[in-house]
Design a protein around this ligand. Sequence first.
Ligand SMILES: Cc1cc2nc3c(=O)[nH]c(=O)nc-3n(C[C@H](O)[C@H](O)[C@H](O)COP(=O)(O)OP(=O)(O)OC[C@H]3O[C@@H](n4cnc5c(N)ncnc54)[C@H](O)[C@@H]3O)c2cc1C
Length: 468
Amino acid sequence: METVGIGSTLESLRAGLKGTAYAAGEEGYDEASRAWNLSAHQEPAVVVMAEGAVDVIAAVRFARDLGVGVGVMATGHGLGAPCDGGVLVNTSRMRGVRVDPVARTARVEAGALWTDVIPEAQAHGLAGLVGSSSHVGVVGYTMGGGFGWLGRRYGLNAASVLEADVVTADGELLRVSAGEHPDLFWGLGGGGGNFGIVTSLEFRLYPITAVYGGNVFYPIEKAREVLELYARWSADLPQEMTTAVTFLNVPPLPDIPEPLRGGSFVVVRGCYSGENPEDGEELFRPARMGIGDPVMDTFGVMPVAAMDAISMDPVDPIASVQHSEMLRDLSSGAIDALVEVAGPDSGSPLILLEIRQLGGALARVPERLSPMGGGKAGFIMNGVGAAFTPEMAEGVKAHLARVGEATREHQTGETYVNFMELDAAGEERVRAAYPTEDFERLVALKDRRDPDNLFRFNRNIAPTRDAK
Ligand SMILES: Cc1cc2nc3c(=O)[nH]c(=O)nc-3n(C[C@H](O)[C@H](O)[C@H](O)COP(=O)(O)OP(=O)(O)OC[C@H]3O[C@@H](n4cnc5c(N)ncnc54)[C@H](O)[C@@H]3O)c2cc1C
């Protein structure tokens, strides 16, 4: 861990802030440094509760003067590496949103959540490219790519970014767009926050108010049948459909309704975002009717603002451990492996093992940075387990390793920035998120923009001189 002699410099930092700063041990410090994912522990030397770009600049300059690194956290849904000993910029007080209905854009401050954007955008019949949970921070999500149930139609949110205000490693505030600092603009679109702290972000919105979506739950015993059907059916879907097949072990919590509470299921879920949402009924029919009676079927037309109901992700903080791999396809060998590690006799402790379909507008565009490898994968697999005790964490990690092993020959070896596990084992995992030529360009950008690796508490792209 880095150590700091803080003393009076902290007082002068505080004096210049609109927000506040806490040193380790002070009241407010624990809350300010706690991540949404309770498995992610970090002990920054100082946390700055920023209330504007000026505070972010002050925090970056303070860290530079002390010779420590800088981390940034909006919600703590996706810490890449804990900010131990550094200066943590907490942006959760910066939640401003401004929608321009004519230009069809949103401008958000660094700490805005998708829940802040959705109502503002929907008031004008517009929607942003939210992920499976609207409680995730817009900027962090976008820095790692960002796709959800509109993904195959409209692509990554990173590809919808038009402009950003960025505090660089020199402590300067830059306006970055395709026309101004185009190198940084390219790197922001999936570079995982390696080149600066975004204080505000402008991105495109799309004219959509309703979708057809939901889940069809089958008993886990039907896992093989459902996966085989899903593999055949998903091979030929229009790009207005974004779908997944998910193994679910539903926790036995009182607020979860029967017959789902405490049960294990294999679920086909998805969303149709075409012009006429009702058309989704026909398009999803094979997945909903092909296997006999489901345990539950929630498909229907829903407002875009209600799309969280498709993934049912937890809202309140939880301790979780997660691991993701990209899969080439859903061949019969891949299905065998998945059923073995997540099917009825697998003993899986995971809450979910989800296989989301890629393609459509998520396909790689060479001019843009790709944060999910070279485009060889047809699907992305993500496993998540609860980890409230060290024993639970160990059990989940061991099972995730088993999932990784069993599916190895079906993996492309690539990763996706946003689904990378906490403390991703060094450079190799991060490198695997990018096509080789993009990674080389990212390292060159890091050499130019952050040669001291000030922004290191993330899915780190090390500058050449630090590379192992
Ligand atoms: C329940 C859940 C559901 C999810 N669903 C999806 C999904 O459907 N699709 C998807 O693509 N991802 C998804 N994710 C992953 C999520 O997008 C990433 O974890 C993302 O990094 C979270 O951003 P955050 O700001 O909320 O988190 P934080 O932990 O606060 O930030 C994560 C990282 O983002 C970077 N960052 C944050 N703010 C800034 C900033 N102002 N400037 C520069 N860099 C910054 C930093 O590197 C930081 O470490 C999900 C995660 C969870 C836990």
